[in-house]
Design a protein around this ligand. Structure first.
Ligand code: DC
Length: 212
């Protein structure tokens, strides 16, 4: 089974993806990390984030062993990821890695922006997570502070709004729900509540399928 989870920055889709993978015994891929790793490679080597050739090269040299690097979690890496991810060739290079990950048994949970629309259009269940931008900014700020980083909530909110705009309005693989995605509004839910709501959706889809 493939579970696709999409949604905007800081909507809680990463935590949800991890928890669902654990619940079902599947592997989990946070696809934002891939774009963050490409952006970080450019930042480290002093390249401009809009340098297409350098970005494609970084995508070709992607090393999943480095996905755990805490530097990928920073605001700067997220902002950089939003820029490099708008380069069509970069997305093209990263497509197979994601599809391969999804295809390996026993099943997988992938979260990102275009999983249900582009990467896994035939996913068994698609969930599109939304949450009020102010709630997302509050959560991101708390997470950054918990890591010992300084974070100004108003600046985080401005970044989230700018990132949503860029991710939604790019010509390639824009952030949008697939026609057959289930919407999950995470604004008023804590982590457990979000996980329960997602499992309810998945189980309802499975039950419908076995009846049909
Ligand atoms: O989910 P995140 O904040 O880690 O994602 C960082 C950026 O990467 C996001 O602003 C857009 C890009 N991204 C993407 O274009 N497609 C994905 N499947 C995942 C992330």
């Amino acid at each position: 089974m493939i579970i696709a989870i999409d949604g905007p920055a800081a909507s809680g889709k990463g935590t949800l993806g991890k928890r669902l993978a654990h619940h079902y015994g599947y592997r989990h891929l946070d696809t934002g990390v891939i774009y963050r790793a490409v952006a970080y490679a450019l930042m480290e080597s002093g390249h401009d984030l809009r340098d297409e050739a350098a970005a494609v090269q970084a995508a070709l040299e992607l090393d999943p062993e480095k996905f755990g690097n805490p530097a990928l979690k920073t605001q700067a890496a997220g902002e950089g990821a939003s820029i490099v991810s708008a380069i069509p060739r970069v997305r093209e290079v990263l497509l197979n890695f994601q599809r391969q990950f999804a295809a390996d048994p026993p099943g997988a949970v992938l979260d990102g922006r275009d999983i249900g629309t582009v990467i896994c259009p035939d996913a068994d269940v698609k969930i599109f997570v939304v949450a009020d931008p102010r709630v997302r900014a509050r959560r991101r700020t708390m997470e950054a502070r918990a890591r010992g980083e300084q974070a100004d909530e108003a600046a985080v909110l401005a970044d989230i709004i700018q990132r949503d705009e860029r991710d939604k309005n790019r010509p390639i693989a824009p952030l949008k729900p697939a026609a057959d995605a289930y919407l999950l509004d995470n604004s008023q839910l804590d982590i457990e509540g979000g996980v329960r709501a997602a499992i309810d959706i998945i189980e309802a889809v499975r039950a419908g399928r076995s009846r049909g």
